[in-house]
Design a protein around this ligand. Structure first.
Ligand SMILES: C[S@@+](CC[C@H](N)C(=O)[O-])C[C@H]1O[C@@H](n2cnc3c(N)ncnc32)[C@H](O)[C@@H]1O
Length: 347
């Protein structure tokens, strides 16, 4: 078939299939994320995996409706969603985006986010090609913190193209891949988990006062909290990094949390807990720790998850925690491995 005829056909089919969405989750939890859609849109239809942890679904509702519902249900394992408004050949991407230029708000930032499941696509070249037209039309193209997003997912044969406002995508990073620059003095990659939790849950940490870091070694989270002006009590039988040892605003108790808490006389403005421990046990320790957290104090913890029965595991931990805390959110973040991050506030 002549290529132009094929392109016209693909476009016609795309117009009929308006309500498709690409979702992204950690590959370990992709099936759990898919179930989260089926709860929100019972008649949605899974079409195919485009990549590891990246799925294509046909919706029975509009993308905006789905985005709002996913946000309300606080889906923990769906990291990112983007609409598919057109499915076209890669050669037609530039003109397809150009034809939509008038629908973007020139006063708001706009990002072109391109993902692909093949190394044969030169994403930065393609991005520049598309961005050139947008910039020439007076649009504010910016990669960081965009308000509007053009999402493109390329396979070897076709491109899935969608336009959305960033708030609907659950994350304004391509595929929810929330990146941080590596800092001089960084102690552990675990630091990124706390930084991401602060961004994703929009946490206002106290800018001074005392924080309790449970399971602190080697000290990444302690370092993040010190950088934000908090003094830290770090509890862990293992060592803290050399760079933290001379800091007089860090007190290290080389103990288990179960040994430390019964004798604790301090009161804390914030508690963080990244202990390697079964979620139910960790939740019970957080109930004990709630006694030393100031009224309405914030707590951030990770729940180390099994490979099966994750929803049940989270549910059991939440049931314990709800006795003393109001749960703000639970999410499997980009920097979480086999775990989820939970944020809550003591009553
Ligand atoms: C993933 S590491 C914490 C990493 C740390 N958040 C960072 O940023 O460097 C988990 C830590 O939990 C500690 N841990 C496990 N059980 C504990 C317990 N019962 N009491 C205190 N710490 C514990 C381990 O010793 C280990 O150092």
């Amino acid at each position: 078939m002549h290529l132009n005829v094929l392109n016209v056909l693909i476009r016609c089919v795309a117009i009929v299939m308006r309500s498709q969405v690409i979702f992204t989750a950690s590959p370990e939890f992709a099936q759990v994320a898919l179930n989260e859609f089926q709860i929100v849109d019972r008649h949605c239809k899974f079409i195919q995996w485009l990549d590891s942890g990246v799925g294509l679904i046909e919706l029975n509702t509009e993308f905006s409706t789905l985005a709002a519902q996913i946000a309300i249900t606080k889906a923990a394992f769906t990291r990112h969603i983007c609409p598919v408004t057109e499915t076209i050949s890669i050669d037609n991407l530039k003109s397809a985006v150009a034809s939509q230029i008038s629908q973007f708000d020139p006063t708001q930032t706009l990002s072109v986010q391109i993902r692909s499941n093949t190394k044969e696509i030169n994403r930065s070249e393609l991005r520049n090609l598309i961005a050139d037209d947008l910039i020439a039309a007076g649009l504010k193209v910016e990669a960081k913190d965009p308000a509007q997003i053009i999402s493109i997912f390329c396979t070897q044969e076709i491109a899935y193209l969608g336009f959305s406002i960033a708030a609907e995508n659950l994350s304004n990073w391509a595929g929810g891949m929330h990146r941080f620059a590596h800092e001089a003095g960084q102690i552990s990659r675990a630091e990124f988990k706390l930084l991401e939790a602060i961004d994703v849950f929009n946490l206002q940490l106290p800018s001074e006062g005392l924080a309790l870091d449970l399971g602190a070694s080697p000290g990444g989270w302690t370092r993040v909290l010190r950088n934000r002006g908090l003094s830290v009590v770090a509890v862990d039988p293992c060592d803290l990094a050399e760079s933290l040892r001379s800091d007089s605003n860090i007190k290290h108790y080389r103990q288990l949390v179960q040994q430390y808490l019964p004798n604790c006389r301090d009161r804390f403005d914030l508690i963080v807990n990244d202990m390697r421990m079964a979620p139910v046990d960790s939740a019970k320790n957080m109930i004990a720790a709630s006694e030393v957290l100031k009224e309405e104090g914030l707590a951030v913890m990770t729940l180390k998850l099994p490979s099966k029965g994750v929803k049940g595991t989270i549910g059991n931990a939440v049931t314990i925690l709800e006795d003393k805390y109001q749960i703000i959110g639970v999410r499997n973040l980009f920097h979480n491995r086999q775990e989820a991050t939970l944020v809550m506030r003591v009553f």
